[in-house]
Design a protein around this ligand. Structure first.
Ligand SMILES: NC(=O)c1ccc[n+]([C@@H]2O[C@H](COP(=O)([O-])OP(=O)(O)OC[C@H]3O[C@@H](n4cnc5c(N)ncnc54)[C@H](O)[C@@H]3O)[C@@H](O)[C@H]2O)c1
Length: 338
């Protein structure tokens, strides 16, 4: 693979996880090189931020140019791809700007705040002839790839039901507190629930109908419980930003098959076969952030047709499905056909 030079835009909470992926590439000798970072807040270049995903760790900044002005970074640095870790309300504006500047774009999830923005982003990438990928990172997470493999292979028979959950205290670390402003984040539905909504689509395709109930508090849709209607099985997903401040972030699933129940909780998967002892399957140790960036880098090198797992069109369809769930919640849980 030809060396790919990357710049990051936004260096807050999630950017520090992306940074670790670039450190992994350096250690592996993978030719994906972070050359510069840009954030309007220079304190972010040294801050070790604690976000809901887990313990923050120190990171290395040696050899990486640091900017607080994007135009200056564009003028002084040569790079092929930008990794956008900005707040959600800035995703569209900066994706369009970076595509117009001739850069390939990796942009954090959710793609943007509404379907019209997503369409503009897709069109801009086509017009620029550059690649766009959205960080739907669960599609690269070994714990969820295991679930996909057992559904696709039918190893435990047919799926009977699937429950997914993602529960967190209200995010408090963000720039100007943007997470807590629904018009900037889309609330828990678009920010957190989107991971499981996207996973449902990744695992099972689009449902024929959906419904949701929700509760508002500091943000709209701060708790949301969704149902996805398929003919052969039931799927439910719950997300919350209502948990007490001291609660640990918790995400997991329970999948019931004809011949086994499979549970992900506390970061451990346990398979309970119908006629044997429970066991913990061996999983890959891949870092999901590194794998999504690696896939975009390979697409830039080999052509976008190798991407069958995380297209920007699919990321846009996931935003549309979250919007449908919010619409249902606003109608008191009405079942809406797709
Ligand atoms: N994939 C995941 O699991 C995951 C987890 C957390 C957040 N996210 C997503 O990542 C994105 C960023 O979230 P975060 O938690 O890092 O937010 P954050 O507020 O911690 O970080 C955003 C950073 O952008 C900087 N910034 C704001 N405006 C800027 C501008 N115009 N130019 C340059 N820098 C600017 C801020 O100073 C801040 O450092 C969001 O879209 C969020 O939904 C994804």
């Amino acid at each position: 693979m030809k060396e790919l030079r990357v710049a990051m835009l936004g260096f807050g909470g999630i950017a520090k996880s992306h940074k670790r992926a670039y450190e992994q590439f350096e250690t592996e000798g993978t030719p994906i090189r972070l050359v510069a970072v840009c954030d309007i807040d220079p304190e972010q270049f040294t801050k070790v931020e604690q976000i809901n995903l887990g313990a923050a760790r120190p990171y290395r900044m040696d050899g990486i140019a640091q900017y607080t002005d994007l135009d200056k970074m564009l003028a002084e640095q040569s790079f092929d791809m930008v990794d956008i870790c900005l707040p959600t309300y800035l995703h569209k504006e900066y994706t369009l700007r970076m595509l117009a500047a001739g850069k390939h774009v990796m942009c954090e999830k959710p793609m943007s705040l509404c379907e019209a923005d997503c369409r503009e982003m897709l069109e801009a990438a086509k017009k620029a002839g550059k690649l766009l990928m959205i960080g739907m990172c669960l599609r690269f997470e070994p714990q969820y790839l295991f679930l996909k493999e057992i559904i696709d292979s039918g190893r435990f028979g047919a799926l009977r039901y699937l429950n997914l959950s993602r529960l967190s205290p209200l995010p408090k670390w963000s720039f100007e507190n943007w997470f807590q402003k629904t018009e900037k984040s889309g609330g828990c539905a678009l920010d957190l629930h989107i991971h499981d909504v996207d996973m449902v689509r990744f695992l099972l395709g689009d449902p024929r109908a959906v419904s949701a109930v929700a509760q508002d508090d500091v943000t709209r849709w701060q708790y949301i419980s969704s149902r996805f209607f398929y003919d052969q099985f039931c799927v439910e997903a719950v997300a919350s930003w209502m948990e007490a401040p001291g609660c640990r972030f918790a995400a997991g699933y329970r999948a019931c098959f004809e011949k086994a129940t499979v549970i992900l909780e506390n970061n451990v998967i346990t398979v309970y076969p119908a006629d044997d002892k429970p066991y913990n399957p061996e999983l890959g140790k891949e870092n999901r952030m590194a794998e999504e960036i690696r896939l975009l880098a390979r697409c830039i090198d080999e052509g976008s047709e190798i991407n069958t797992v995380n297209t920007p069109e699919s990321a846009a369809a996931t935003v549309a499905l979250v919007k449908k769930l919010c619409e249902s919640a606003d109608l008191g849980g009405k079942i809406l056909d797709l």
